[in-house]
Design a protein around this ligand. Structure first.
Ligand code: AHR
Length: 339
């Protein structure tokens, strides 16, 4: 019997879709579907394509270069895959705006909601509404504390591991112990909670966390926080290092440190993200390490959304494989950074 012939157009189209899906994508490790119940928008027919997809992305804000890159990744992937509609909004770091945007998407009858939650708590009601409307939700970037049966999957970074990696850097940078300050991200956000926990879990006992204040992941808010720290504590005497939860706050902190006469290298500074700004701070001698947090999640989000539309099983957790960057590679890598 002759094997059925597959048209070359179909083969080329399939290849193109798989290349697009892996292009510029954050490398990932997955946790298989443990059989948890997931809302599925379609019967298990596998016939829907990207052209049928309306995806809702209630972005949490535009607070950092990381966020700008995440937004670009979502918008560019939606355009390159040719989805029917991307319903994008900017909640300006306010949970109530994100909840309203989700409710509008439910009303519109979108196929999938991909939610980067500004904070962990307070999602149960709206996630239940999405589930009752049979709209699957992918939690993206930051975690939620809601029951896992209310969403299909999480795609993003292991924030606790990022904090642990920062701790490992301080353990190397301050082998005889000392004190550090913490400039933390948005209070109650999965990113800030995870990084703070990871740091505390792995920091050597002889390194004390002298103080911790939030700069809400923004440059502007980090400046007065660092200024207040410098009024209270003497750099080099009271503290030897600073853990900063993202590069934007790091850049704000450097501004305050410079104004106070602190020089690059006087303090051990470890930041998170690995943006161009963070790389520049390493080149300039301010950061001793930058823990990577990859924002390029678009391809994974849309690939999973299509599976959900077709009622196919998805991994419960897709964690991005990340690394730590150091000043000795920063100059060479800086021109290659895409965000
Ligand atoms: O949730 C990811 C964090 O949010 C990034 O570290 C930060 O830059 C962003 O604002």
């Amino acid at each position: 019997m002759k094997a059925p012939r597959v048209s070359s157009t179909i083969v080329i189209a399939a290849l193109l879709i798989s290349i697009l899906a892996s292009c510029g994508q954050a490398p990932a490790t997955t946790t298989p579907d443990a059989g948890a119940s997931q809302p599925a928008a379609a019967a298990n027919t596998g016939t829907k394509t990207y052209k049928d997809m309306t995806l809702c992305y209630p972005q949490l804000g535009a607070e950092s270069d990381w966020r700008t890159a995440n937004t670009a990744s979502i918008k560019e992937t939606a355009a390159s895959l040719g989805i029917k509609q991307l319903v994008f909004s900017d909640a300006q770091q306010k949970q109530e705006n994100q909840i309203s945007a989700i409710r509008a998407c439910i009303q519109q009858g979108v196929d999938v909601i991909a939610l980067p939650p500004v904070v962990e708590d307070g999602w149960d009601a709206v996630l239940t509404e999405a589930k009752n409307a049979n709209i699957p939700v992918i939690v993206v970037d930051r975690s939620v504390s809601a029951d896992p049966s209310l969403y299909a999957s999480y795609i993003g970074s292991d924030m606790a591991l990022e904090g642990e990696r920062a701790a490992a850097e301080f353990n190397k940078l301050l082998p005889n112990g000392g004190a550090i300050l913490e400039l933390s991200g948005t209070t109650g956000s999965g990113a800030a909670v995870g990084r703070a926990e990871g740091l505390r879990n792995k920091l050597n006992a002889n390194i004390k966390i002298l103080d911790s204040q939030t700069g809400n992941f923004t440059r502007a808010e980090a400046v007065p926080v660092m200024q207040a720290f410098l009024k209270k504590y003497k750099p080099g005497t009271d503290f030897q290092g600073v853990f900063i939860h993202n590069d934007d706050m790091g850049i704000g902190a450097i501004e305050a440190l410079k104004a106070a006469g602190v020089k690059p290298g006087d303090l051990k500074i470890v930041s998170v993200d690995g943006t161009r700004g963070g790389f520049q701070a390493m080149v300039d001698g301010w950061f001793q390490a930058d823990v990577e947090c990859n924002p390029l999640l678009g391809p994974q989000v849309f690939e999973m959304a299509l599976k959900l539309m077709n009622g196919q099983p998805v991994d419960r957790k897709v964690l991005t494989n990340e690394t730590v960057y150091y000043p000795d590679q920063a100059k060479e890598l800086l021109p290659t950074r895409t965000y």
